[in-house]
Design a binder for this molecule. Structure first.
Ligand SMILES: Cc1cc2nc3c(=O)[nH]c(=O)nc-3n(C[C@H](O)[C@H](O)[C@H](O)COP(=O)(O)OP(=O)(O)OC[C@H]3O[C@@H](n4cnc5c(N)ncnc54)[C@H](O)[C@@H]3O)c2cc1C
Length: 312
């Protein structure tokens, strides 16, 4: 397993419950979800923090004896049926199946206030957070991202006023609540404990201050796939193409979550894909190698030990 966001954690949960020997390598635990301060669209939890969801799933995974190594994967290669995984700390792991769940990082603008107000008015995800701005005024800075029309519709459905700075977007929209600020730049996000206003630069060079309650930035994202780029087929955004069983173009290599070309980057979708990838990987190991999974002694959880170099 490479990556322990919600996709990787869920894959660990499913693979370990099947009896597979699972080694997870990740730079951190929780990924994007661990930094989401408020989430209300994850089924069964009610409004909560992303960190709380991660905390619970991580504890389920640890109970099942998954070995977790904090490290960064630098390279995955394949020799015959065997994958060789190299890490930045010099580790080398061999495995018959690999699940990539290394996620993505949203592109930022880098203006003053952007980081300070993240989760307190600044968001990188309209689908995730538009409903938290019911009746509020927001600024939307967007590139030519997938689902742009839907994002605009969603913002207009919830918010009282939407200022839109389109970047490299040619589509036009007319709506009483919408003010298009073509050619404007966002200079600064300001407020107290939350976002209260933004400072913009107009095409003629003058500055304009606009009172808003939120700022949505959707300029795209960078997927974390450099270590596997040579092995798998990618789409035009650099995301890993998977089929409905989360199989990639490389046999034995599966992918799940935001790193894949599957649309609508959401926690529940990443988790669902993690489950699919794990079951697919287990089925692959059984059918191709006749692998018998370990028998789990449920009376003694946490007693399974693994070496860093997996036995094949
Ligand atoms: C601000 C914000 C708010 C959001 N709000 C919501 C919301 O309200 N509802 C919702 O459903 N979704 C929300 N999302 C989206 C949701 O968080 C993501 O869709 C989901 O967390 C993706 O999970 P993932 O496991 O696929 O990837 P990630 O969370 O990106 O996890 C990837 C993991 O891989 C690790 N990794 C990366 N590269 C390597 C490497 N080379 N070696 C080892 N490890 C590596 C990372 O450290 C990380 O642990 C939000 C996202 C953001 C940024």
């Amino acid at each position: 397993m490479i990556g322990l966001g919600i996709a990787g954690l869920t894959a660990c949960l499913y693979a370990a419950r099947q009896g597979a020997r699972v080694l997870a390598i990740s730079k951190d635990i929780g990924g994007q979800l661990a930094r989401v301060t408020y989430i209300e669209n994850y089924p069964g939890t009610g409004p909560t923090s992303g960190f709380e969801i991660i905390r619970r799933v991580e504890s389920q995974v640890r109970e099942l004896g998954v070995e977790i190594v904090m490290d960064e994967v630098r390279k995955v290669s394949k020799e015959g049926d065997v994958f060789r995984i190299l890490t930045s700390k010099g580790r080398e792991v061999r495995s018959l199946a690999v699940i990539v769940a290394s996620g993505k990082v949203p592109l930022t603008i880098g203006v003053e206030g952007e980081e300070k107000f993240l989760g307190r008015g600044v968001s990188y995800c309209v689908i995730c957070d538009a409903a938290l701005f019911r009746g509020k005024r927001v600024l939307y800075v967007s590139g030519n991202v997938p689902h742009l029309e839907m994002s605009l519709d969603t913002l207009l459905a919830h918010c009282s006023k939407v200022y839109w700075i389109p970047k490299g977007v040619s589509i036009d929209r007319k709506d009483d609540k919408l003010e298009i600020l073509r050619g404007f730049d966002l200079l600064k996000i300001d407020g107290d404990d939350r976002v209260r206003r933004v400072v913009l630069r107009a095409p003629d060079g003058s500055t304009r201050e606009v009172e808003v309650d939120g700022v949505f930035i959707e300029l795209g994202y960078r997927v974390s796939i450099d270590f596997v780029r040579d092995l798998v087929q990618l789409n035009e955004r650099g995301e890993i193409i998977v089929d409905t069983l989360c199989r990639t173009s490389c046999e034995g290599l599966f992918a799940a979550g935001d790193v894949t070309a599957v649309p609508y980057k959401q926690a529940i979708i990443a988790a669902g894909q993690g489950a699919i990838a794990a079951l697919s990987a287990c089925e692959y190991l059984s059918t191709k190698f006749g692998k018998k999974f370990r028998r789990i002694d449920w009376s003694k959880p946490k007693t399974h030990t693994f070496r860093i170099s997996l036995r094949l």
